[in-house]
Design a protein around this ligand. Sequence first.
Ligand code: ADP
Ligand code: F6P
Length: 320
Amino acid sequence: MIKKIGVLTSGGDAPGMNAAVRAVVRTALSKGMEVYGIHRGYVGLISGEIEKMDARSVSDIIHRGGTMLCTARCPEFRTEEGVEKAKATCEELGLEGIVVIGGDGSFRGAADLSARGILCVGLPGTIDNDIACTDYTIGYDTAMNTAMELVDKLRDTSQSHDRCTVVEVMGRNAGFIAVNTGAACGAIAVITKEMPYDLDDIAKKMLEAKKHGKENFVVVVAEGIGHADEIAKVLQEKTNIEARATVLGHVQRGGSPTLRDRVVATEMGYYAVELLEQGIGNRVVGMRDNKIVDFDIQEALAMKKPYDEKLHHIVEEIAL
Ligand code: ADP
Ligand code: F6P
């Protein structure tokens, strides 16, 4: 029976991480375990920046963005020595298991620690939704809603000036936020790494739509493509329609999590502690077809996530 566990957040923060921390802490307490909050991800695990949590430690955080435990990137943890130091911290405190809330990089670290006998369970926390074993990551829904609201605002000014707004949304390696935001905001085009694109075709489409009375345009570009400025310039040259570029940036990572992010974080946090309670580690928790599931970390890391090509085509087809 596992009696002492820790929880940490690692990599880029995501709205809903706090709800996940709360669920882990409260579940552990309800099951009679001791639970420790590890600050700044693996940095805190190496340096011992760790505090014992009680029910009140996680009061008033379920609705807050960011992470009360803070997060960090920790190059030292990628070394043998770093992982050994982290293991020593766990042994000193008697931590038998750790819930790691983060992305693929954080899960690689969790696998290294699991291999040294510290049971780790990963929870997918990233706005990019680029974790293959789960349909859904904590923070994704909030980030998409934030992007949608911001593009709506851009659209107001774009409409007033008969302009084209080219907007870059986050997703260094994935176009999931881009394609969904494009669909939700009626974009004329979505540009992601996953699909081929041609600015000549987009310009032709804009001119065709203009012939039929369309006066303003939204083009959503995924961060992985970049160059929103350049794309706006080229589209303006090709169409003679004034274009402006906006990069939404880190504002998409902040804000109060949506209901969906809070609920999923709560379910996943609960499930992670159930796994640890049974002495099960080296797992990643995910959501498949609305059910909470878990996978071996290495298997999860080897999976490939399909891009929603169908949605991409729908956006293109109905942009008239
Ligand atoms: P994310 O978890 O969001 O993918 P990162 O890739 O920045 O974010 O990873 C977060 C942390 O996880 C890193 O700073 C490092 O401490 C650890 N990590 C990343 N990749 C590895 C790896 N290949 N092996 C061990 N630890 C890793
Ligand atoms: O959280 C994921 C993500 O937002 C990516 O889309 C982005 O490229 C990256 O994090 C940037 O993170 P940071 O600025 O913290 O390095």
